[in-house]
Design a protein around this ligand. Structure first.
Ligand code: ATP
Ligand code: MG
Length: 432
């Protein structure tokens, strides 16, 4: 009996994507892999490069990846005398028969529990079946992109009965007071109400956060109870700290009290977010305008990022710095989105959306006008914009932002003369 892993999930027959394939689709979430060891035996430099880059991806940050050349032969040689890691990746340029032959040899030296991913050039159903029968966990067709490797490895560690994992959308201001929290709260409200997606807003501005005020909630518990009792954090515990705002929307509120100070280590929120994403499809992070170990970590590890900027020079500089840094820390992810807010303050000289687009090399996801009457009413009443005026074009913008950020870009009504339709088309292309 061959001793590969029992869990068998051979990739379905998809045609090989180009090596430079676009990052993951907007509604796909790849759960990070646990602390595992991965050893790859490649035959081509292209595949070795893809595996190397995968090892640097945020989702494999905990995994330990080692790459060698020499394919299956080198693997068999290596494991004759040493134990096998959690995952072996074998690239093979051989024909089907030879692939199976070398896997049989590998099976003889492979410890039980080790999972095997094969990267090959042969696209053939019979081969898939034979590989499955031999307990190969995944077969990827070369050429593989970095994200194919990330996806393939991470998929091995998702339990077959695991609940769908939630996506995390981080919203942050390029400067203080630009409306990042307002945007986060309204977008989350639209995700919950218009897309019926269960969502949680996590207010990470522990000292001054306004999510409780904005949703007209005054919960006795919230994020502080979790972050100050790290040993108790699990899904059930965090669920009890949520306060329900609407049918599909809950809040993990900030205490907004000053009796404590809120200095955290970089990993302080990791387990809270892991617990949330285990049970909630969409988690919106309302981040304060700070640059600390933990804010940076939350941004880098989010599935998507929305930077909110108002149209002045400091915002432009900061937004560019943030987008540039986050792009380089997340080379296999879609670039951070940004939107402009509080645009059109009377008599204020402003930097145009076109100038932002030029500097940031990307269009804003939305340009939200400055509307003190509307936003002021909403803020003071503890209401969302859509509750103050459902038909207002700003409410429609938040609905469209919700669709784009969750990848639910169906939005037939947004075709035609919508302000955002060129952007939607562009995004669809990217997401495709
Ligand atoms: N488009 C807008 N038009 C008018 N007022 C707005 C607009 N967007 C937000 N505001 C108002 O701006 C103020 C600041 O908003 P908010 O608290 O959301 O900003 P923030 O970026 O989260 O601030 P902080 O840096 O404190 O976290 C609020 O009073 C809000 O109602
Ligand atoms: Mg805020």
């Amino acid at each position: 009996m061959i001793k590969y892993a029992s869990q068998v999930a051979v990739a379905e027959d998809r045609s090989a994507p180009p090596a430079s394939a676009e990052p993951v689709a907007a509604d796909e979430h790849i759960a990070p892999a646990p602390r595992v060891s991965i050893q790859a035996f490649c035959e081509t430099v292209e595949t070795a490069a893809a595996v190397q880059a995968a090892g640097e991806d945020r989702r494999l940050a905990k995994a330990h990846v080692k790459i060698q050349m020499g394919g299956a032969t080198a693997a068999v040689e290596a494991y004759r005398s040493s134990p096998t890691p959690n995952v072996i990746v074998i690239e093979t340029e051989s024909r089907a028969g030879d692939i199976l032959g070398s896997l049989d040899q590998l099976a003889e030296v492979c410890d039980a529990g080790t999972r095997v991913i094969v990267i090959g050039r042969v696209n053939d159903v019979t081969l898939y079946r034979e590989l499955t029968r031999r307990g190969v966990s995944e077969y990827l067709i070369a050429p593989v992109s970095t994200i194919d490797v990330v996806r393939g490895v991470c998929a091995l560690f998702v339990a077959p009965d695991a609940k769908p994992v939630g996506r995390i959308i981080a919203v942050v201001g390029a400067k203080g007071g630009v409306g990042a929290s307002t945007v986060a709260h309204n977008v989350a409200f639209a995700i919950a109400r218009d897309l019926s997606l269960d969502s949680v807003v996590t207010d990470l501005d522990l000292a001054f956060g306004t999510a409780g005020l904005d949703y007209n909630q005054d919960p006795p518990q919230g994020i502080a109870d979790a972050v100050f009792s790290p040993d108790r954090v699990d899904t059930a515990f965090v669920d009890r700290l949520l306060s329900k705002c609407t049918d599909h929307l809950s809040l993990l509120a900030a205490p907004a009290t000053l009796d404590r100070v809120y200095d955290f280590g970089a990993e302080a929120f990791d387990s809270i977010l892991e617990s949330l994403r285990a049970s909630i499809p969409c988690v919106v992070l309302d981040l304060p305008h700070l640059w600390t170990g933990w804010t940076k970590r939350l941004l880098v590890s989010a599935d998507d990022i929305l930077v909110v900027a108002s149209p002045d020079l400091a915002n432009l500089r900061n937004a560019k710095n943030m987008v540039d840094l986050l792009r380089s820390s997340r080379p296999n992810d879609r670039r951070p989105y940004y939107c402009l807010n509080q645009v059109g303050v009377p008599k204020r000289p402003e930097i145009t959306p076109a100038d932002f687009a030029k500097a940031l090399e990307d269009q804003p996801l939305a340009v939200i006008p400055f509307e003190p009457q509307l936003f002021g009413t909403a803020a003071n009443n503890g209401q969302m914009i859509a509750e103050v005026s459902a038909s207002h074009k700003t409410a429609e913008m938040f609905r469209q932002l919700a669709q784009m950020l969750t990848g639910r870009t169906e939005a037939k009504r947004s075709r035609g003369n919508s302000l955002l339709s060129p952007l939607l088309a562009k995004l669809r292309k990217r997401a495709g």
